[in-house]
Design a protein around this ligand. Structure first.
Ligand code: NAD
Length: 526
């Protein structure tokens, strides 16, 4: 990686292929959370009117884009994938710089865009409809996938390129035009990704970028829905905001794609490989400083192995390298000051007297007065770094067992029988990801049957998605929509059915249908 300090860039929304540099929403500064003196970008913010204008541009561009044959749209997706591949290190460096994700994980994020493009470029040559037999002669039935129209996509910034690609790539491939609103704390990444997509051959207006804060986004979306400029909303973010988006869309009879928060359980059975379980808990609990939707919430551990698991996990967390995300660390800084503040007040504030705390030489922000032994880097106070925290003796009714904590904190609870483990794993009402560590197929399949999560890992951590497997949650984690693979096609297309009668006379369904004569009194001789 380069050692010279990279330059500050100026970033702005892109509407109909043009940068909106007048910044009607004011200006903001995006800083490197590992070194807050490093200004990544000066941001010219858009506002509600920018979002509405972007939806208008998308509406204007969509019809022509939908008329481009799907295999040719697939070619654009192919070119975008290759362009992202050619710029992989540069985009990954920006991800690390703007949101503090360790560089190998940032490379993985960018690879996820490439994988998603690789999957969907071929979908341009499939996007199958069906021919369906009719109940009448001289008549044929068909189905077609039709693009939805204009898709407005609002995303969180903890996966600032992988998660948006799960929306953008299939939406564009299916013939929709897109308005994308990335997180306000990842604007430079948003602009870089949009630039790569636009250079991949998308006509002006087919992909628009809006940099705006939450309230302005909501106001713009409300107006755009009122004016029938938006046909589909995709939202990835917190359950609280997702609920509001769901209500707003419901008023317009639209079913948005909602991908929300998680409180992901990891059950450790008495027959588990404990080293494997500890490795999985460490990665899913503390990787990306616990700021993944799929981060481990509570490890639920069988009585027989609880103490040993807790001792090994505590040792692993104490020894884990935390610090500069350009070096070899388990995790870097909190993504943004707001996540640091929320972690210190909301998440650590859930610790009660009956809990036991471990995992580091302190809790909360790492500073000179509150140091982390073995911190990787020169000066922790230059960035937004937090101690990892393990909270044990967690009970089913504890707030910490029922709240998404979104930071480097993991609860540990114990159970005696399987029913108790399942109750602990489901009680919070989220249903995104889950894991069980066991050597018994019976436990693995029983867990799959009874866990409410949309995603289940067996002997693997709660985190880690592949580009062609359905991703999504239930309950407080989402409204049951799924991303990735063929499943997301149902978000960005609608089925249209067609019947074609060439009998030359009116044939009425259910009425003019030939019968089949059968002798239903027939019995086999004894
Ligand atoms: P957030 O809900 O605050 O913001 C998400 C996006 O919505 C941002 O772009 C933000 O600007 C925008 N927004 C905020 N308020 C809005 C409003 N009133 N109207 C319209 N848009 C608004 O979430 P966050 O704190 O940025 O991200 C963390 C959350 O996202 C966590 O809960 C995490 O679990 C979740 N997440 C879920 C998934 C998933 O796939 N299920 C993936 C990543 C993150």
């Amino acid at each position: 990686m380069s050692t010279t300090a990279p330059a500050t860039r100026t970033v702005a929304s892109i509407v109909n292929g043009k940068a909106v540099t007048d910044g009607p929403g004011g200006t903001a500064t995006s800083r490197n959370p590992a070194n807050t003196e490093d200004v990544v970008a000066d941001v010219r913010l858009g506002d509600a009117s920018t979002l509405v204008a972007a939806c208008e541009a998308a509406r204007e561009a969509q019809r022509e884009w939908a008329a481009v044959p799907a295999p040719i749209r697939g070619r654009a997706i192919q070119q975008i994938g290759r362009l992202v591949e050619e710029n992989k290190e540069s985009l990954a460096r920006l991800v690390t710089r703007e949101i503090g994700k360790p560089y190998p994980e940032s490379l993985g994020e960018v690879q996820e865009i490439v994988d998603t493009c690789d999957f969907f470029l071929g979908e341009g040559r499939r996007l199958y409809g069906q021919t369906v037999p009719s109940e009448m002669p001289d008549k044929q039935l068909f189905t077609f996938r039709v693009p939805v129209g204009v898709a407005t996509i609002i995303t969180a910034g903890n996966f600032p390129v992988a998660v948006p690609s799960w929306y953008l790539v299939p939406a564009l491939l299916c013939g929709n035009a897109v308005v994308w609103k990335p997180a306000e704390y990842a604007p430079a990444i948003g602009q870089a990704m949009a630039d790569l997509f636009l250079h991949g051959g998308l006509p002006d207006g087919v992909l628009n970028l809006v940099l705006a804060d939450g309230p302005q986004t909501f106001a713009g979306l409300e107006e755009a829905l009122d004016r029938k400029l938006v046909d589909k909303v995709g939202f990835t973010g917190s359950s609280a905001v997702g609920t509001r988006i769901g209500e707003l869309c419901g008023r317009h009879l639209q079913s948005p794609c909602l991908e929300l928060g998680g409180k992901n359980p990891l059950v450790v059975m008495d027959d588990a490989d404990l080293d494997l379980a500890v490795e999985g808990a460490l990665f899913s609990g503390f990787g990306t400083a616990g700021q993944r939707c799929t981060s481990l919430g509570t490890a639920i551990v069988h009585d027989a192995v609880h103490d040993e698991f807790l001792a090994r996990l505590t040792r692993a967390v104490e020894q884990a390298p935390v610090g500069d995300p350009t070096r070899e660390v388990l995790y870097g800084p909190m993504i943004h000051q707001r996540f640091l503040d929320r972690f210190e007040s909301d998440a650590l504030g859930l610790i009660r007297d009956h809990h036991t705390v471990g995992g580091s030489t302190g809790t909360g922000r790492i500073t000179a007065q509150n140091p982390r032994e073995g911190f990787v880097g020169d000066d922790p106070e230059r960035g937004l770094f937090c101690h990892p925290t393990i909270v044990s003796n967690v009970k089913i009714d504890d707030e910490i067992a029922n709240t998404e904590t979104f930071g480097p904190i993991v609860g540990v609870a114990r159970f005696a029988d399987f029913d108790e483990a399942i109750a602990l794993a489901n009680a919070h009402g989220y249903g995104l990801s889950s894991a069980i560590y066991t050597t018994s197929p019976k436990h693995a399949f029983r867990f799959r049957e009874r866990i409410s999560a949309g995603m289940v890992s067996v002997n693997n951590s709660t985190s880690g998605a592949e580009a062609h497997l359905p991703f999504g949650g239930n309950g407080r984690s989402g409204n049951g929509s799924r991303q990735s693979g063929i499943w997301v096609l149902d978000q960005f297309t609608r089925w249209q059915s067609m019947n074609w009668d060439y009998a030359g006379k009116l044939q009425k369904a259910q009425m003019d249908v030939a019968d089949v004569d059968a002798d239903l009194s027939f019995r086999l001789p004894d």
